[in-house]
Design a protein around this ligand. Structure first.
Ligand SMILES: [Zn+2]
Length: 159
């Protein structure tokens, strides 16, 4: 395999795991998602212990990965949340790759805050619609608009 490529003035090198080009391939290859063992490690850090098959949020993963990477004798380092999201386009994509289901709902669903938020938005939209309707029908109809000479103001003739 051709491991060296020239792209402009930068020396690009191929990752032996995923085959993509990088300027600092060692840094990437260390936690490349295609590196053997990485998928198992990410899945282990990503899965909710209390809910098998369900993925943690990106923030929870970040904390778990950081904890794993600071442990002594950890073996393989876990890829950062950002590196994974970059590779798989979104957190949803990362979870899919790890074979886990991603749900935005918290581990122990408490729907009250969500329902309150939905109700609040609904009320705001209703108030907004009422305000707009009020603006359309308020006041008296304008019969004539005129601007006298040497006067830049508009004058409205109402009924
Ligand atoms: Zn790679």
């Amino acid at each position: 395999m051709d491991l060296l490529h020239r792209a402009g003035s930068n020396m690009m090198r191929t990752c032996p795991h995923c085959g993509e080009l990088f300027q600092i391939v060692e840094k990437h290859a260390f936690t490349c998602p295609a590196r053997p063992g990485i998928l198992d490690l990410v899945r282990q850090l990503l899965e909710r212990p209390e809910q098998p098959g369900i993925a943690r949020s990106a923030r929870e993963y970040r904390a778990a990965a950081m904890e794993h990477n600071t442990e002594v004798g950890h073996g393989i380092l876990a890829p950062s949340q950002r590196a994974l999201e970059k590779r798989f386009k979104s957190w949803h994509g990362v979870c899919k790759w790890a074979g886990l289901e991603y749900s935005r709902l918290p581990a122990h669903p408490d729907k009250a805050p969500e329902e309150a938020a939905i109700a609040e938005v609904g009320a705001a939209l209703e108030a907004d619609a009422e305000l707009r309707a009020a603006w359309e029908v308020r006041g008296l109809p304008v019969l004539k608009v005129y601007t006298p000479e040497h006067d830049k103001r508009f004058y409205y003739v109402i009924r």
